[in-house]
Design a protein around this ligand. Structure first.
Ligand SMILES: Nc1ncnc2c1ncn2[C@@H]1O[C@H](COP(=O)(O)OP(=O)(O)OP(=O)(O)O)[C@@H](O)[C@H]1O
Ligand SMILES: [Mg+2]
Length: 372
């Protein structure tokens, strides 16, 4: 066994590696859960703040590099994850098992909110997270169609309702309470009480992420929903045209007004990938998301191209990011959506860090003791 390869040295080497997203070291964040030395091989378990971590490879390279300076010739990293909570407030008690709530919003209708919400949920679930999807668009619920659950109805006992499960995601929509295609003509207070019931009476269980598909617009409905639902933050979807950007600005303004953080902007339908020639054409222009992000000091979380398979997947109830979508691996939009999900998960982890820091400092001592 190399002389330098001791538990103490390993812990102090790991203490020099920063989680690139949170900007603090792995040891003080309580991420090192197990260290075993066998000759010149080191086996360790690192607990990430999300199973959809966009920086796993970077962290693994950093660990291998640091430990090789101590003489380790083989480094094996087992990944675990513990998603922390990033929201609080009185309404948070309605959903005690939910760690993070992410609203997907837009000022303008039809820009791809539901498409983004559905694919975010499916992608996070595919990466191993426990995910829920709440269709808060009471008057135009589209989640059931896009998730292939139009015929589903709620079940439950004693006033508790079970979510409908599809593509690895637990879902709730007003559609699951209705029969036929009758339009829902509901006024504000009823919408409120429906949403409150979706939070309070649904057996969400333990969820790492609850994605919420908000109704379009920045009027009363969207505004009051973003106050009613305890939110970790919002993702604002826009298309590159000016009209959509103007509405996205309004949506971001609405979240600022109710003190909800906007994680960033998603530019959807950003360039069209022609299925015949594979070339990209800017139908609605491009770079609009970057412009608004710069102007409002936000981040572009992702750019999703306009790709016919995204729509056919949505219409068929098999989202393009689902493993059930044939050939989905080849889709540029699917890759962009899966990457978007990891970026959002990373930003949510950063938002949760202040909530978790008290718990983390307590676990530093524990990790050090466990390694000894
Ligand atoms: N990147 C994309 N490529 C191709 N089609 C897309 C893309 N994004 C969305 N679509 C399609 O555009 C249409 C509108 O998308 P979607 O229903 O997700 O928008 P929305 O913002 O939720 O609309 P609403 O405001 O009505 O709720 C759908 O048919 C969807 O399949
Ligand atoms: Mg929608």
């Amino acid at each position: 066994m190399p002389e330098l390869l001791t538990n103490e040295n390993i812990m102090s080497a790991l203490g020099r590696i920063k989680d690139p997203e949170i900007g603090r070291d792995l040891v003080s964040l309580g991420m090192v859960k197990r260290v075993e030395i066998d000759g010149s091989a080191v086996d360790l378990t690192v607990e990430l703040t999300t199973p959809a971590c966009p920086l796993k490879a970077t962290i693994e390279n950093d660990i291998t590099a640091e430990l090789s300076t101590l003489g380790a010739s083989i480094v094996r990293v087992d990944w675990a994850s513990n998603v922390k909570r990033s929201f609080g407030g009185p309404a948070a008690d309605l959903i005690p098992g939910v760690r993070n709530t992410i609203a997907v919003a837009s000022g303008k209708g039809g820009v791809g909110k539901t498409t983004v919400a559905v694919n975010l949920a499916v992608s996070l679930a595919r990466d191993g997270a426990r995910v829920g999807l709440l269709d808060a668009d009471i008057t135009g619920p589209n989640v059931p169609l896009m998730m292939g659950t139009t015929g589903a109805h709620v079940t439950g006992v004693g006033g508790r309702v079970n979510p409908v499960v599809s593509h690895g995601v637990q879902m709730m929509s007003i559609q699951y309470f209705l029969t036929g295609d009758a339009p829902v003509i509901w006024r504000g207070p009823l919408i409120h009480s429906a949403i409150q019931q979706f939070l309070r009476d649904v057996e969400w269980g333990e969820l790492d992420y609850l994605i919420i598909d908000l109704p379009p617009g920045t009027g009363d409905a969207a505004l009051s929903l973003s106050q009613l639902i305890p939110l970790s933050g919002a993702v604002v979807v826009t298309t590159p045209q000016e009209v959509s950007l103007a509405d996205a600005r309004k949506a971001i303004g609405m979240f600022n007004k109710v003190n909800v953080r906007t994680f960033g902007v998603v530019e959807n339908m950003s360039g069209f990938i022609c299925p015949n020639c594979r070339e990209e054409h800017d139908i609605f222009g491009s770079g609009g998301g970057a412009k608004i992000a710069r102007e409002l000091e936000l981040e572009v979380l992702g750019r999703i191209p306009l790709e016919p398979a995204v729509r056919t997947g949505g219409d068929a109830g098999v989202p393009i990011t689902s493993p059930q979508y044939p050939g989905g691996e080849q889709s540029v939009a699917a890759r962009a959506l899966r990457e978007l999900a990891r970026t959002v998960a990373g930003r949510v982890s950063v938002a949760a860090a202040p909530f978790a820091s008290a718990a983390a400092s307590a676990s530093v001592a524990g990790a050090a003791a466990a390694a000894r």
